[in-house]
Every structure is written in structure tokens, then in C-alpha cells.
Design a binder for this molecule. Sequence first.
Ligand SMILES: [Zn+2]
Length: 550
Amino acid sequence: MQRARAISLVCVSLLGFAPVRAQDPADINAKIRKEGTENSQIMRTMHFLTDVYGPRLTGSPNLKAAGEWAIKQMTAWGFEDGHLEPWDFGHPGWTNERFSGFITAPVKDTLTCEVLSWTPGTNGPVTAHAYQMTLPEKPTPEEFTAYLATQKDKVKGRIVLAGKHQIVPVTLTPTARRQDDKQAKERYDPINPNAGQGRSGPRREQQQPEPGKLTPRQIDEQLDQFLIASGALIRVNDAGREHRQIRAFNNRTFDPAKALPTVVMSNEDYGRISRILADDTSVELEFNIVNRWYPEGKTAYNTVAEIPGTDKKDEVVMLGGHLDSWHSATGATDNAIGCAVMMEAARILKAIGVKPRRTIRVALWSGEEEGLLGSQAYVKAHFGTFEEPKPEYGKLVAYFNIDSGTGRARGASVFGPPEAAAVVRAALAPFEDIGVMGAIQSKSRALGGTDSSSFSQAGLSGIGMGQDPIEYNSATWHTNMDTYERIIEDDARKSAMAVAAALYQLATRDEFLPRFSKETMPPLPPKEGAPSTATPATPTPQARPGNKSN
Ligand SMILES: [Zn+2]
């Protein structure tokens, strides 16, 4: 300790006499590659964030503990000012502690299900006959009310399958796991008119509300109210995915009084029960669900730590990803790996002993899955917006985000004028041999997708890393398959090295990253219609009962 301090005092006093000189980028990049290859901490970080602290649902004790572990770890690496930064989530924390589900007649077998979060438990095992509702397609409010009136007596005292079985065709032509270099190059080529196409991240399903019809979300909420009022015992949704994949999201009211105990069942089990019921054979099911609520979860936390800069330390380059996850698995590809990569990128710079002139700040967000809530709260508290800036607004150089699974970074999309993308492109250019193909400009201030948009929406330089898809869309994103085993360490290392290099350049170059001017700043997109009360920043309504698509 003493010795290290003495050395750093010498360095500081030397800096006092000589202007800070940027080190040779080729030399820095070689050091970044060596450190990232020989001493990577990514899989160790992954082990803690997934195996030990996963899943990390917003408001849960696991997520807070994961943040505390990350702070301890970053502090051990030499980062400073590690802390949890609170924001108001407004809902209690929730965890599922136990679940079992069986078909007990006419056959006996175990069922594969996941519990919908923020729904109540069962208060002990519940055994009852199954009843399957065939919901009308795209009903008007009147049609839906009339249909429910015919079901009232049928659902009482039953375990209710909410909807008919979805037919999931076998995938005969799987999508590519990687983008080839030519595609990636075109995607990040600023003079290609089609640049930016073929993004690897999942696209949100845009549902246009049909005039006069209920939205899927309205159907879902009315169905919950109806099932409670009619004395149904448990609600079962069809996962509707292949290979027993399950995506279980949340009771959007976050209110246990407004939902039954609810599970999302594998499409295969749901289909089997549906087919037996269709034989006019009665089916008996048994469920036991133990959930726990945490009132203190109303306050959620972003996890923040930094490497202070030198002569420009009041200017900040940020990087991060969201630490919160859904609860069906341990949230490895969404998005412990993004956190591990960004922690590693900053760690590499610390470990190779460079002295970035600007402060580098890692932020691991919470509430992303409920609508980018943590990053929006942070931007609001620290920076404000282009239209209503706070003093720190002018000090944020950029924010790097990564959140599309385990695939290696293939390029960056940079909110700002073309000159900003050019700076990032030049910083990434020495990494073309590991597949990083450039950077392009983004002009979108629309909120959505992931946390970089919380920055871009405010007019700040949000930078999103694009990645190879690997199994993200096809298997791991938001599913019960999202575990440590699905991580490709070599890809994650390469992403961390490229980000470290770009981070170093932005933190060290003489000039600030160019920003849009008053004249060129894109206008804010028009506000979306009536935001939901439960998830105000989630623009996408659910695609199916019990499932939502962001
Ligand atoms: Zn994510």
C-alpha cells in the first residue's frame, strides 16, 4: 500500500511538470490484447454473477448482492468510488423459492414450467382438474365480455390453461450463428447506404393496435381479473417455443391481488395436456409454488465504480450493461456477460497501467427488463437532457453499452454526427483481425432495445456494440436456457479488448467526442400513446398472455 502510494505520488509530480503525452496507440493495443488474453477475469465474473447471484430480478436481494459483489471486485482491481446508487423502482422485490408441477391423472409425470414473476404462490400443493379456455382471436371489448360470461362456471375450482395450444413448427433453416466478415463490414460501413441493416440484437415485435379491438395486454389483464373473480385456482400459459424453452415475464401490475398463481408451461407439456383434454378425458394437475416478497425492493440500485482521470478528470467516459435479469435461468447472456465484458474492458486499462486523462466510469444498470428504468433514472439524475441539461451534461463524452448476448463485438453504432462515429471507427480499426468491422452513426432518439437508448434519447452519445447472434435470439434470450454454459469465452474476451481500446482513445484524446449541435440534434420522437402504469418505459405490449417481447 505504502509503496504503491509513493510511486503514484512520483507519477503525479512528474505530470505536474510535463504535458500529458498520449502513449503510442499500437503499443497500448498490444498491451490490451496481452492482458485480455492472458489474465481475463470474464469467466470468474460470470461465475459469480450467474451461479452465485443469479437470477437477478430487479428489486430482489440477489440483484443487490450481485451489485455489492461487483463493487467489491472492481475495488479490488483498483477502481474507486464504488457504490450502489438508489432509484425508485416502486414495486416490491419478488423471488420464486420452490416450484413443482405434475400431471397426476390420467398419467403421472413431471411438468416443465416457470413461474410468472410478481404473481402469488399457492399456499401449499394444489390439486385440481384442468380446464382449457379457447380465447377468441382479436375480440372487441363486447365480444370478450360475452365470451367470458360463457366461461364463468367452467373455470371455478379449476387449473386453467389460458388459450389453445400453439403449434411451433420445426426450424428447418436455422439462422446463422455468426455474421460473416463481409456482412459485418457492410453493416458498419459509413458509405454503405444500407449500413446498420442486419443488426444482431433481437427486434421488438411491433404490434399495431387495431381500432375497436382489445390489445393482447388488455385481454391478459381482463382475463386475470375474470379468473380471480370466478374462483379459478391457477393460471397456466403456453410457452409457445421449441425444445422446452420457456420465457416467463411478469405480472405487469406487480400486485399479487391482481393475478392468480401463474405458470408458463413448456409447449410440449401444454400440447400433451391439450390433446388429452381433446379426447374428452379429464386431466388432473398438481402445483406447489412458493414465492417470496421483499418490500425493500421498492428501492433498486445501479452499480457504479470508476477509474479517475488525470488532467481532464471532470470529463467522463462511461460504459456498462444491465445487471438485472429475468428469473427463469441465471441471466448469463442477458446480460451478465455484458457486465462482465465492460468490467473487464475497464480492468484491462487499469491492469496495464495506462493513465486515461478522463474518468472512466462503469455502470451496471437495474430495471432494464422492466423498461430501461435504472439507466433512465441515472441519466435524469446526472445529466438531464439536451433540451434541459444539468451541469454534468456537458461532461459526459460517451456511454458504451453491450447487451446482445455472448457474441463477439462486430462494430459500434454511435449516436452523434458522422465525425463521432469516425473517431470510434478509427479507435476500433486495429481490431479488424478479430472481427470488429467499424462504426456507424445513429440519429435515433427513440427509447427502446437497451440502455444506450436512455442516453441517446437525452441527446448524449450512446454507443451500442453490435454482436454476432450465436444462440441469443434462437435459444437464450429471456429463456430458461440462459446459463453460464452458453457463454463463449473467446468471443467475450475479444469484445472486451475492442471496447478497452475505444474507451482508452475516448478517455485520452485531446478533443471531446463531437456532438450534434443545436441545429443538427434530431428531435425527440413523438411520445407513444398511453404508457402502461406498470412498465412505463416498455413500448412493446406483450405478444402472448404472460409473455412480453422486450
Ligand atoms: Zn438485456
